[in-house]
Every structure is written in structure tokens, then in C-alpha cells.
Design a protein around this ligand. Structure first.
Ligand SMILES: N[C@@H](CCC(=O)N[C@@H](CS)C(=O)NCC(=O)O)C(=O)O
Length: 210
């Protein structure tokens, strides 16, 4: 049995954040595929035995069962000694960007992609709202990355790993990187991290059955 077990599926950008961290740190981990598209996260068993929040990712490490990607990344940075803060100022800056990601970027981007790409909703007032919020957050990120190599320090940290979670699904989201050149350049740097793979090559469950 591996040191870490990650409840995940290939389509999850939130699970990807944890998978990328584990892979990039060279951790001994295995995936436990979650049948998200058939409702596994909404079952009584899942909420009782895995995560009361009914979400992926969940990381099992020994007796610990952790959820919320930001909390898991913080835990892993401490455990694995990589991608964490070196000072209290960096710690605050990393937390600031992880909170921004969870609230303003990933939440809207993930839901926008889910509706348009997976449920084939087409353009609706809901997707228009979500897309507007997503583009607002991307504009903030693009401005922040102008003149910087990484998000929260002079090196990659868990803030970068969190924020990039959905951005390698750019084709499914319909992103045009000409609009966000500084994000695009930063993503090329993320791709150079050790152990980087696209989410579909990192976790099980892709492609979905027809
Ligand atoms: N803030 C959470 C978000 C997790 C999340 O939304 N996960 C999705 C999959 S990407 C999920 O399991 N959703 C189940 C649901 O909302 O019913 C995190 O960062 O871990």
C-alpha cells in the first residue's frame, strides 16, 4: 500500500492540485477513483466514511483523512518539505492566494466548465454569470503575474499549485491565452515542475464513457 491515497478522478481540477503536489514531490501515492459522474460523492456511504462535505479530493495518510485542497496542500508542504513558505510573510501570501483561488477562480471556473463541457448546457444566464466571474478572476491573476515568475514567492509554492488546478483544461473551458499572456507564460513554468503531467494523465477516469 502506498503512503498516500488520493480520492480523485481525472476530471477534477481540485483533486489535480493534490495529485500534482504529490507527484512533483516524488511522494509514494495511489489514486482511489471516485465515481463522481454517477453520484458517488452524494451517497450516504461517502459522506459517512469519506467526507461529510461530499467532495473530492480526500487524502488518506495513515490515520488521517483530509479534505479541502488548500488544507491538504498546506499539510503536504509541511510533511514533504516542499512548496511551503519560508517566512511568516510568505505563509500569509500563500494563504491569501489559495483563498482567492478557492473563492474567486476555481469555484467559478470549475462550475462554468462543468455546465458547458460536461452537461452541454450551452450558453445560459447562469453560464454567462459564471463566465463573467471567471474572467474577472483571470484578469486579476494576469495583472498579478505581470513581471513575476510565481504567484506568492520567488519560487513555486502551493499557491501556484492551487491556482493552476483548472487551467490545463483550457480547451474545455474555451480560454484564449492571448487575453491572458502573463498567466500563459506562468503555466509554461508550471509545466516544467518535476513530475508535471496533464490532469488526464495523472489521475484515473479519462475519457468518460459516452
Ligand atoms: N474547496 C474544495 C472544492 C472541492 C470540490 O468542489 N470538489 C468537487 C469536484 S472537483 C466535488 O467533489 N463536488 C461535489 C459536489 O459539489 O457535489 C477543495 O478545494 O477541495
Amino acid at each position: 500500500m502506498a503512503d498516500f491515497t488520493l480520492y480523485c478522478m481525472a476530471q477534477s481540477g481540485n483533486a489535480y492540485k493534490v495529485a500534482l503536489m504529490l507527484n512533483s514531490c516524488g511522494a509514494d501515492w495511489e489514486a482511489r477513483w471516485v465515481d463522481f459522474f454517477n453520484g458517488e460523492t452524494r451517497t450516504e456511504d461517502y459522506s459517512r466514511d469519506v467526507n461529510v462535505m461530499g467532495e473530492v479530493p480526500v487524502l488518506v495518510h495513515g490515520d488521517l483523512k483530509l479534505s479541502q485542497s488548500g488544507s491538504i496542500l498546506t499539510y503536504l508542504a509541511g510533511e514533504l518539505g516542499q512548496y511551503g513558505p519560508k517566512t511568516v510573510e510568505e505563509e500569509r501570501e500563500i494563504l491569501r492566494w489559495i483563498l482567492f483561488d478557492n473563492h474567486k477562480l476555481t469555484s467559478y471556473t470549475g462550475t462554468y466548465r462543468f455546465l458547458r463541457h460536461f452537461t452541454k448546457s450551452g450558453d445560459t444566464p447562469v453560464t454567462e454569470f459564471l463566465g463573467g466571474r471567471m474572467h474577472g478572476a483571470l484578469a486579476v491573476m494576469n495583472q498579478h503575474m505581470d513581471g513575476r515568475d510565481f504567484v506568492a514567492a520567488d519560487r513555486p509554492t502551493i499557491a501556484d499549485i492551487s491556482i493552476c488546478g483548472y487551467l490545463f483544461f483550457d480547451d474545455e473551458i474555451g480560454l484564449d491565452w492571448d487575453q491572458y499572456p502573463h498567466i500563459h507564460a506562468w503555466l509554461q513554468r508550471i509545466k516544467e515542475l518535476p513530475g508535471w503531467k496533464h490532469p488526464y494523465d495523472m489521475m484515473p477516469g479519462h475519457p468518460l464513457p459516452e
